[in-house]
Design a protein around this ligand. Structure first.
Ligand SMILES: Cc1cc2nc3c(=O)[nH]c(=O)nc-3n(C[C@H](O)[C@H](O)[C@H](O)COP(=O)(O)O)c2cc1C
Length: 204
C-alpha cells in the first residue's frame, strides 16, 4: 500500500553544552517553512542552559517544534528505524552526548535516536562544543565520524565579513541548514571569491 506524501523531517536534539542559540535559531527558521517538520528533544541540561543563556523556558523552546519528544521516552517513534526522516542534528552537542553517541550508549532518546540515524545510514550532524579538547573528546569525534556522523563545531568564519556575534551565529546556522538543503533565506554570506571580497571590502 502506498504511504501518504509527507513533509521532510529533521530531528533537533539539544544537549547541555553552551550555545543553545544554535538550536533556537534553526527552529525559528524551520517553523516558517511548510515543507519541513521538526522533532525536538531537549536534555535536562539543555533546559538549564537555555534558561541561563537565552532566558527561554522549556515551553517556549518546545513551542517552535512541530513535535516534541521526552528525552526519557526511549519508546518514542524517532527511536525506531521505521521512522522516515532526513536526518538529525545535535545542537549544541555536549562532550557527554558525543561520548554516548560515539560509544552506542543509548540510554536516553537523544543517544538512541542518533544511534538509529547512524544504523539507518542517515545524516547525523553534531555541533560539538568544548574547548580545549582532551584525547577522550578527540577519540569520540573520530569514532563518531567513522560511524558516519559529521562533526560540525560552531567555529566563526572570520573571512566572511561578519560584523557581530549575531552575524556569526546566523552564518553558522545557515551552514548547518545548508547540509539539509533547507531554504534559510540568506543566512550565509556566501564567499564570492577573493578578488570580489577584497573589492567589496574596499581593500583592493
Ligand atoms: C552553563 C553550562 C554550560 C555548559 N557548557 C558545556 C559545553 O560547552 N560543553 C560540554 O561538553 N558541556 C558543557 N556543560 C556541561 C553539560 O551540561 C553536562 O556535561 C551535562 O551532563 C550534559 O548532558 P547532556 O549531554 O545530556 O545534555 C555546560 C553546563 C552548563 C550548566
Amino acid at each position: 500500500m502506498a504511504e501518504p506524501a509527507r513533509k521532510k523531517r529533521l530531528i533537533v536534539a539539544v544537549s547541555g553544552a553552551t550555545g543553545t542559540v544554535y538550536a533556537w535559531q534553526p527552529l525559528q527558521v524551520m517553523a516558517k517553512l511548510d515543507d519541513w517538520e521538526t522533532h525536538l528533544v531537549l536534555s535536562n541540561a539543555a533546559i538549564l542552559t537555555a534558561k541561563q543563556e537565552l532566558n527561554v523556558s522549556q515551553a517556549e523552546f518546545e513551542a517552535l517544534a512541530d513535535e516534541v519528544h521526552d528525552n526519557k521516552n526511549i519508546g518514542a517513534k524517532i527511536a525506531s528505524g521505521s521512522f522516515l526522516v532526513e536526518g538529525m542534528v545535535v545542537v549544541p552537542c555536549s562532550m557527554k552526548s558525543l561520548s554516548a553517541i560515539a560509544n552506542g550508549l543509548s540510554d536516553n532518546l537523544i543517544a538512541r535516536a542518533a544511534d538509529v540515524i547512524l544504523k539507518q545510514r542517515r545524516k547525523l550532524i553534531m555541533l560539538t562544543r568544548e574547548t580545549p579538547l582532551n584525547l577522550i573528546h578527540l577519540r569520540n569525534m573520530t569514532a563518531a565520524t567513522e560511524a558516519g556522523a559529521i562533526i560540525f563545531p560552531p567555529v566563526p568564519a572570520f573571512y566572511a565579513g561578519l560584523e557581530s556575534l549575531d552575524d556569526m551565529v546566523a552564518h553558522t546556522v545557515g551552514r548547518l541548514l545548508d547540509l539539509f538543503d533547507v531554504d534559510h533565506q540568506g543566512l550565509v554570506n556566501r564567499w564570492p571569491g577573493l578578488s570580489v571580497a577584497l573589492k567589496d571590502q574596499g581593500k583592493n
